[in-house]
Design a protein around this ligand. Sequence first.
Ligand SMILES: Cc1cc2nc3c(=O)[nH]c(=O)nc-3n(C[C@H](O)[C@H](O)[C@H](O)COP(=O)(O)OP(=O)(O)OC[C@H]3O[C@@H](n4cnc5c(N)ncnc54)[C@H](O)[C@@H]3O)c2cc1C
Length: 323
Amino acid sequence: MLRNFQELLADKVARVAINEPLGHHNSWQIGGPADLLVEPENQTQVVEVMRFIQDQQLPLVVIGQGTNLLFDDAGVRGVVIKIGARMGSIDIADTRIVAGGGAWVPQLARLAMRAGLSGLEHCIGIPGTLGGLVMMNGGSHRHGIGEHVVRVTIVDLDATIHQLSAAECRFDYRYSALQERGAVVVEVELECPAGHRAEIRREMLRDLRERRRKFPRKQPNCGSVFLSTSAMHASVGPPGKIIEEAGLKGLRCGRAEVSQQHANFIVNRGGATSADVLQVISRIRSAVRQQLDFDLRCEVRYVSPTGKICPVDQVADRMFPAG
Ligand SMILES: Cc1cc2nc3c(=O)[nH]c(=O)nc-3n(C[C@H](O)[C@H](O)[C@H](O)COP(=O)(O)OP(=O)(O)OC[C@H]3O[C@@H](n4cnc5c(N)ncnc54)[C@H](O)[C@@H]3O)c2cc1C
């Protein structure tokens, strides 16, 4: 059956793999195989794949670099569409940037800086794709990419192409309405004001230095695991501090560990499973609930074997109710 699908898709899309290990496609290096993983190289190929998925009624998961995802050890029984470097074009004219959903965010930030455009300084150290960044409204230093979005081109589940304005994306803290739509982000138009190139560069270098100093770099991780809102900072403080003060730095379940360097990171010590990570998350949430009566929510998203995506905490609590 899978071979049939692979053959049917082979002339529609640049790359089709069967039983592809998802551990090769996320920064935690965790996850079982995907039945099918396809890597389109243009919008037409995305439309073709979406038609195929609709005709065959297959579960679908869209990914970029997998830097904000926890795949299940059982993998995905369906099709994973990876929007990566093949759709990573970046074009800059005056203050407008038009880039593919697979554009590499640090490269985008660097090219904006070279063109003397400001606003993407906070993205320089985010190791994902533009599609993933827009979906998550990712950013740092209290910024989100949504601040600069003019238009997002998507291919919907029914294989139709739409252009959404920033207002239609309803960007909020680490949220966009795209998260509920399941569509594929194929292109993004950004508006970035002109700035001082040297100043922009300085700010980027400062951000990269800070990241090198604070974040674990040698062990696979998925960046910050728990959400860090300003309301939370005001009431209980940032998640890293809360977790550290709860005495959980270094907590281990199987091969997953709360980073010794930054407590809002969970690192894979080699061979960690999704269950190991889910248990660490559940233990942290349960300890923080007991000590501070506060519900830590996850920024990182879990991908189920049937292709459903949700914040990891929802699954961690179900799998490990006692923490
Ligand atoms: C070391 C490290 C540091 C990080 N620092 C930050 C930070 O400072 N700020 C921050 O916000 N994040 C940070 N992250 C998390 C992550 O890099 C961002 O969320 C990033 O934007 C995710 O992009 P991605 O391509 O990896 O998306 P993925 O992880 O592959 O996917 C994330 C979500 O977007 C969806 N998606 C991805 N691409 C598309 C597409 N083309 N169309 C439709 N849906 C899509 C997926 O279905 C999923 O729901 C960090 C991660 C790491 C490992």
